[in-house]
Design a protein around this ligand. Structure first.
Ligand SMILES: [Zn+2]
Length: 200
């Protein structure tokens, strides 16, 4: 199973698509003749289409010879915010997904986020915040907010340091670059924790 995360025209009638597959990571494949409206692969070559793709290999390159579509997510086309959010999600996945290396849960997270946007199950911004938070967890780079990212000491944490990967205690914050942890910052982190309750 796979979902299209990027498309590009290729010649007069073909497209190159980048897919996030559930089992084989990111793949690029050519879909021949799919720009003709009569092509049975017309929808399979569209951005966000999710289905069971059948590939062939020729000279080390892949092509798509069939697809049993699960969901096209065409509903995204009629909601600007949802469409923009879906594009951001697809771009983020395109950046982090590797060939032959699929972090556990990335495919399901991506499709569920697109589903939530397509059905309007949650506001677009909430879905994006939730998706990015889960993506950081999956990639193992979610910042530390509970204890000091430098020494492991407890609160109060007074400064957020991207360099250290989280918030710092008073001692460690001395001379460190970063953003002061104030009420607004705490509210934002608390908000992110709340959207995780969406359970996508
Ligand atoms: Zn510290």
């Amino acid at each position: 199973m796979a979902v299209v995360i990027r498309t590009a025209d290729y010649g007069d009638n073909d497209k190159m698509v980048t897919l996030l597959t559930r089992d084989y990571g990111r793949m690029s494949a050519r879909i021949k003749g799919c720009k003709k409206p009569a092509s049975k692969l017309f929808s399979a070559a569209s951005l966000f289409c999710c289905g069971d793709y059948v590939f062939y290999e020729k000279n080390g390159r892949y092509g798509v010879k069939g697809c049993a579509i699960r969901r096209t997510f065409f509903g995204l086309q009629s909601d600007y915010d949802a469409y923009a959010a879906a594009c951001l999600i697809a771009e983020a996945v395109d950046k982090v997904a590797q060939e032959d290396d699929v972090p556990s849960g990335l495919f399901t997270l991506t499709v569920n986020a697109l589903y939530a946007l397509d059905t309007g199950a949650a506001p677009a911004l909430t879905v994006v915040c939730y998706f990015l938070q889960r993506l950081l967890h999956i990639e193992g780079v979610y910042p530390s907010f509970g204890v000091c990212a430098a020494c492991g000491g407890g609160p109060p944490l007074v400064r957020f340091s991207a360099e250290h990967g989280g918030a710092l205690c008073k001692m460690c914050a001395k001379g460190a670059a970063g953003i002061p942890v104030d009420d607004e910052f705490r509210d934002a982190v608390w908000g992110l924790a709340r959207v995780s309750e969406l359970g996508l």
